[in-house]
Design a binder for this molecule. Structure first.
Ligand code: NAD
Length: 285
């Protein structure tokens, strides 16, 4: 790997989607996960994601152009230019990983936190180098969105911001830089839509397809909130709402009974095969 390589911590839905987008754009990538099974599953997803993205764009499937290494140790990320942390939406787990990253990374490596809602400043202050830490909220699937929500803390240096924007540019993405608050712009708004839409189902007001049809047809959204939630993963949605409830108040953000029940039953959305929609027979209409 050369000094321009990007490291990724966490090889779940987002980590593997980001790895696929990076290698597809010719950027060498090192992907680490603490769970060897997650790394194996990521290897399958990266191959499949490459094929699906190219088919949706209308091109023929091709092999990735950058090199992708799967790493069992955080130390393997040491020589990278940028590390994007994508582990589970759990503040304590993320704090631990950022302390560990701070010990193994070279002084020039920039660290981006890909989180749905956890404030970035607190994570930056867990480290001895808060200036190099910032937020990079990528959308899923990474290759298909044109924008990254970037979160600058009061400590983020212009150099760290420049490195992230340069990598985003090489991925073909624009950035909008915002200040740090739980949920930032996108998820402070989106999670409220998702949670209320799930509650509407229990109220017997509409079916999932009707909810999403209304958002598409009346508001011009590309996908409705429930299809979006299935894509994110309902476990991640519930964890994100917990973070938002902690910071903005439980009356606005406590996960609805419907959402909690679905997570308990293992209906996590597309990644488990069933969420608000059933994916076992392919993509629902
Ligand atoms: N899913 C989305 O659409 C989406 C979009 C933007 C941001 N995010 C954020 O990205 C992050 C990851 O979300 P996801 O959907 O990929 O979650 P996921 O549950 O699919 O994957 C999380 C991965 O992190 C790994 N992990 C957990 N602890 C670890 C540790 N200490 N060290 C290394 N690996 C560890 C797990 O093994 C798992 O493979 C979350 O913070 C989430 O809020 C998710």
């Amino acid at each position: 790997m050369n000094g321009q390589a990007v490291g990724i911590v966490g090889a779940g839905v987002m980590g593997s989607s980001l790895a696929q987008a990076l290698v597809d754009r010719g950027i060498d990538t090192v992907l680490h996960d603490s769970d060897p099974g997650a790394l194996r599953a990521a290897a399958d997803r990266v191959g499949d994601g490459d094929r699906v993205t190219r088919l949706r764009r209308g091109g023929a499937p091709q092999g990735p152009k950058g090199r992708l290494e799967y790493a069992s140790s955080l130390r393997d990320l040491a020589g990278t230019r940028l590390v994007v942390e994508n582990i589970t939406e759990d503040p304590a787990a993320k704090e631990k990983v950022h302390r560990a990253l701070d010990e193994v990374l070279g002084a020039d490596t920039v660290v981006a936190v890909n989180t749905s809602a956890i404030p970035v400043t607190g994570l930056a202050l867990e480290t001895a180098h808060p200036g190099r830490v910032l937020g990079a909220h990528f959308m899923n699937p990474v290759a298909l969105s044109s924008m990254v929500e970037v979160i600058r803390t009061p400590y983020t240096t212009p150099e760290a911001l420049g490195t992230l924007q340069d990598v985003a540019g090489r991925l073909g993405k624009d950035t909008v830089v915002v200040n740090d608050v739980a949920g930032f712009v996108i998820n402070r708004c989106l999670m409220m839509f998702v949670n209320e839409a799930a509650a509407l189902l229990d109220d017997g007001v509409a079916t999932p397809a009707q909810v999403d049809q209304l958002f598409r047809g009346c508001l011009g959204h590309r996908t409705g909130p429930l299809r979006t939630a299935d894509l994110i993963g309902l476990d991640t949605v519930a964890l994100t709402l917990d973070v938002l409830a902690e910071h903005h108040g439980p009356e606005r953000f406590t996960p609805s009974a419907r959402l909690r029940r679905m997570v308990q039953e293992g209906h996590l959305g597309r990644k488990s095969g069933r969420g608000f929609y059933d994916y076992h027979l392919g993509e629902p209409a």
